[in-house]
Write a protein that binds this ligand. Structure first.
Ligand code: MG
Ligand code: MG
Length: 345
């Protein structure tokens, strides 16, 4: 029986840390560090890898100036572990998100606009008493739609518009909603009509690496082990994992700790890794580019595009760890799934 609790990272009794690190921590936390090494321009600089794009870790304090990154332990974060009842509540939100994707699947075809699909999904959420999570997300301009729709070379955060989809395009639709205060978040890249074989291969790779991650969550203890194999899987295809954006914890809010990258670095393993234990609920969302992994923001302040103009794909599921292994909360209802709402089937 799962009970709701909170897990602090790094663990307070941190046996693998060196004596020197412990001394440095005590020194840093005492405030003496900031007295002797006043805050200056290097404070709160985070490396772009550590930032992970949208879901930034807490600012790192740098009492040791530019040397801090060599000395300091990682930012602390708290992971909420959900009870069985809470996970069941999140499943209800996940089913509505799945239903929205079924609607998208029925609409996507050459000639449809991304704006039309977004409006249909907004109405779907309204009909199911679900609160869209994306609309109004703060940024330089608040996000204006209930879905992100990113076409071809657009990676994530595309704004639905009057753009007409053409045969051969791919459109990544990412959407989320909350039901009864609990969130679900899922993305799928849809082909529009017939697409090139190499683009289909990109879609196969991206959906495949998401499936691999969920499968590995059953047997691995820590996310770093899953992320390492995800990156290898994509590399073996000859594609690249986007590193500027990562997945996230999810629960009462859409974006919670921990950060869930689709690749692993020594810094992640050291400072941001987390255990795959019962009650953990995360949105796993690999973004894979055909060419360069680098992305750039477009002038609309939201859309992220590949720098080389080659296509990108994005698949995402909200996944809960339970005593029986990982459960995909944004999947369709299985036979005998008591939580399935018949209206959505
Ligand atoms: Mg999403
Ligand atoms: Mg997400």
């Amino acid at each position: 029986m799962l009970a709701s609790k909170r897990r602090l990272y790094p663990p307070p009794a941190d046996s693998y840390r060196s004596g020197l690190q412990t001394v440095i921590d005590v020194f840093s936390r005492s405030g003496m560090g900031s007295k002797w090494f006043p805050r200056h321009a290097f404070n709160e600089i985070r490396s772009w890898r550590e930032c992970g794009g949208r879901y930034t870790a807490r600012p790192m304090q740098r009492p040791f100036g530019i040397f801090s990154s060599f000395l300091q332990r990682g930012a602390e974060f708290v992971v909420n572990l959900r009870s069985e009842r809470e996970i069941a509540a999140m499943r209800r939100a996940g089913l509505v998100v799945w239903g929205a994707h079924q609607l998208a699947l029925s609409l996507v075809r050459p000639g449809v606009t991304t704006g039309e699909m977004d409006r249909a999904i907004e109405q779907f959420f309204l009909d199911h008493s679900a609160v869209p999570l994306f609309k109004g997300v703060p940024g330089k301009v608040p996000f204006p739609a209930v879905c992100c729709m990113s076409v071809n070379e657009e990676v994530v955060h595309g704004i639905p518009s009057d753009r007409v989809l053409l045969a051969g395009d791919v459109v990544s639709i990412d959407t989320g909603c909350s039901v009864g205060g609990w969130c679900g978040d899922s993305a799928v890249t849809y082909p529009v009509g017939e697409i090139d074989a190499d683009v289909q291969r990109l879609l196969d790779c991206t959906s495949g690496v998401l499936a691999l991650a969920i499968q590995l969550m059953a047997t691995r203890n820590r996310w770093s082990d899953v992320a390492t194999e995800m990156a290898k899987f994509v590399r073996d295809y000859g594609f690249t994992v986007v590193e500027n954006f990562v997945g996230h914890g999810i629960g009462r809010k859409m974006h919670e700790d921990p950060q869930v990258p689709n690749f692993c670095t020594p810094s992640f393993r050291r400072n941001h890794d987390f255990e795959l234990e019962s009650g953990l609920v995360i949105a796993v969302e690999p973004m894979v580019n055909m060419g360069s992994k680098k992305v750039r923001a477009l002038p609309d302040h939201w859309t992220q595009s590949t720098v080389d103009g080659r296509p990108s794909a994005h698949f995402e599921h909200t996944v809960a760890m339970t005593d029986n292994g990982p459960v995909v909360l944004t999947a369709g209802p299985a036979a005998g799934d008591a939580s399935a709402n018949e209206e959505l089937v």
